[in-house]
Design a protein around this ligand. Structure first.
Ligand code: ADP
Ligand code: MG
Length: 363
């Protein structure tokens, strides 16, 4: 491949976790050694060393501009994992790199700088400062950095505008609803203009409707501002709506990493399959996932009839394919951007796709 293509295609890693472990307890180093040398399980670590394995052997990369979700049940280690990314806690073993820099090698001053300039955090409960107005809360990080009042008010007002809270800038936190307070938290994080946003269940405490609105708001902002986001949730629906990729955690272990479509169509184990069972496949699964090669179709049915078969694009989702197929008994031809047939979606494959049962092609 010519070098220029590699450059344009290359994704640059913004967050890299490698073989990350967190074992809680005063014997954590001994427990870690025993895990490494004798392969002790989580239960054995608890019984032999009185330690809790919070995160176990986590490795993943979040690329620049990506929204990477970590999903798992309560207690699966999500918060423990995310706290390593800005070094609120130190790993028992393993490395975290931000923009290529090993953050466990930073001194106290460098770490403060990293947190102030590169990383913003949004939590489930924003802990806004009660005696400060919305605008003063949003501008706080700029104040800490010594930026003058005129400039920080301008920046704060833009952030308040971005989360649709215009007119609320002079109110105090207790005059706002829970959803609005989370918006202030989001505005506070983006006012500091960090390259990376760490979000630990930011919308989990909100009512479903408000939550959906905030998800939409966040996705629009994220696309516009091109932040790299690590987003934690215990809700697979939320992870699927928001995430470019999703890591699924169970008992401190990342059991699967993939795009929403990959997770839903090929769950790695029963735990993931249970989560996925209740998810609607209509918007997630695309034509390219359920189509078969033209030659395979033709070997069963004879030549395709291009003038009769309806057409779809490889990225059309099942919902669209249903619309296309509803008034015809013919299969759908999937055509690439060059207008040439790249596959066929039969009604059989479409219905199986809706069930989430993708037939593997026998290559
Ligand atoms: P989640 O965010 O997915 O709900 P956590 O990361 O909070 O999960 O917790 C993962 C595991 O680590 C749990 O078993 C929890 O009890 C344990 N844990 C978290 N923090 C500590 C701590 N400071 N000391 C001991 N155990 C902890
Ligand atoms: Mg948590």
């Amino acid at each position: 491949m010519p070098e220029i293509n590699q450059e344009t295609d290359a994704k640059s890693p913004m967050i890299e976790c490698h073989d990350l472990w967190k074992i809680f307890g005063s014997n954590s180093d001994k427990a870690m050694a025993a895990v490494k040398n004798q392969g002790l399980s989580k239960l054995e670590v608890r019984d032999s060393f009185n330690c809790v394995v919070g995160v176990q052997n986590a490795s993943f990369t979040v690329n620049e501009g990506e929204i990477f979700c970590i999903m798992g049940l309560s207690g699966s280690g999500k918060s423990t994992l995310i706290r390593h990314i800005n070094r609120l806690i130190e790993p028992t073993h393993g490395t975290v790199k931000i923009d290529g820099q090993d953050i466990n090698k930073l001194n106290a001053r460098e770490l403060r700088q990293l947190r102030a300039e590169k990383i913003g955090m949004v939590f489930q409960s924003m802990a806004l400062m009660p005696h400060r107005t919305v605008r003063e809360n949003v501008a706080f990080s700029l104040e800490v950095r010594g930026i003058d009042k005129k400039e920080r008010d301008e920046v704060a007002d833009r952030a308040i505008d971005a989360v649709d809270l215009n007119g609320w800038d002079m109110k105090y936190p207790d005059e706002l609803s829970g959803g609005m307070q989370q918006r202030v938290g989001l505005a506070r994080a983006i006012a500091a203009d960090p390259a990376i946003l760490l979000m630990d269940e930011p919308f989990s405490a909100l009512d479903p409707l408000i939550r959906r609105q905030l998800q939409d708001k966040f996705m629009a902002l994220s696309a516009e501002m091109k932040k790299t986001t690590l987003f934690i949730t215990h809700d697979l629906d939320e992870a699927i709506r928001i995430g470019d990729r999703i890591a699924i955690m169970k008992d401190g272990v990342i059991v699967q990493i993939g795009t929403p479509e990959e997770i839903v169509t090929a769950p790695a184990d029963d735990y993931v399959a249970d989560f996925v069972a209740g998810i609607s496949k209509l918007e997630l699964i695309t034509a390219q996932k359920v189509m078969e090669p033209v030659s395979t179709y033709e070997s069963r049915n004879g030549p395709i009839k291009e003038e009769k078969f309806p057409e779809a694009a490889p990225t059309d989702n099942l919902d669209t394919l249903v619309d296309i197929s509803i008034d015809t008994n013919h299969p759908i031809i999937v055509k690439g951007s060059d207008g040439r047939p790249t596959g066929i979606v039969t009604k059989h494959a479409l219905l199986r796709g809706i069930q989430g049962r993708i037939e593997e092609d026998e290559a």
